[in-house]
Design a protein around this ligand. Sequence first.
Ligand SMILES: *Cc1c(COP(=O)(O)O)cnc(C)c1O
Length: 360
Amino acid sequence: MMTAYNFSAGPAKLPEEVMLQAQNEFVDWNGQHSSVMEISHRSKAFLRVAEEAESDFRDLLTIPANYKVLFMHGGGRGQFAAVPLNLSAPEQCSTHIVTGSWSKGAVAESDKYNNAVVIAEATIKDGLKYVEPVKSDLQPDAAYCHFCPNETVDGIAFDWLPQVGSVPLVADMSSTILSQPLDIDKYGLIYAGAQKNIGPSGLSVVIVRDDLLGKAQAITPSFLDYSLQSQNDSMYNTPPTYSWYLAGLVFKWLKDKGGVNAIAAINDQKSALLYEAIDSSDFYNNPVHPDNRSKMNVPFTLANGELDSVFLEQAESAGLQALKGHRSVGGMRASIYNAMPLSGVQALVAFMKEFERKFG
Ligand SMILES: *Cc1c(COP(=O)(O)O)cnc(C)c1O
């Protein structure tokens, strides 16, 4: 079988070891003669899965005791609604840093439930997409400040924290969580849809400081209510059990690999290799300022856009899959989350060099 590398932005590749283990215990899990997806979420066996996943996740990110971890339904966009519903009153404002399509989407959803105010946006510097560090918030009464440190579609990232005084920071980390260490106590809330760096879609993981709980608007759907879910160990309604189980396997895989510090070093290596290939040639281009390049999602274009479809076809034939850029951006995008091995990026770079030799 040809070695294939899947560069999908999401749902994305999961670690091969995890997929093989899941396959191995798919029908008969834990000697139960049932699949883990066929047993009660309230059974002792599943509760152990749930607890272990949470404790491994807490270990990986060193999450302090005053933060709750919730395993919820509804992916990233579910949280676009849950955050304003839980953290703000309808007349209150939330502030937003808009750096790409996801943080923009969060504004529109938030504005249904509170008064969403954009305080900063991505700009252009030296002809490249750039995000100026946010140093002040003119809305000191804001319920929270929302941002997305890694924009999956646009390949724009920033590693500074907005300086907004005592306004709690809320980060959409759907496409960057677990890719590098975090200072959790700098945040009020972090959330992530699972399908980029955690597991299958449908699940979202929320890390929330406990003093932010208990303020949900009366209209909040019960299953999106953080306090209620927290009081019920994320089982107020039936959680996405299979996704939770697979997330747990991914957390164990990551611990075995040495945790987030170790994977961050590999992620640095992978992204540096790919950007170096793009920068060393006039044939390829990345539209993002060096300060704001994503280590997870790397968009690039060809000098001759008419070659895009040839590039994508030949890449596919070479086993390099799902490199088409998002429909709103065009060009190519390589998503290189934790589960993408260095060998995948090396194969992509070798293909790019060969393609340039043929068509450049
Ligand atoms: C994928 C993604 C989302 C949306 O997730 P859904 O599960 O499709 O709702 C939101 N934010 C970011 C940063 C994403 O990458």
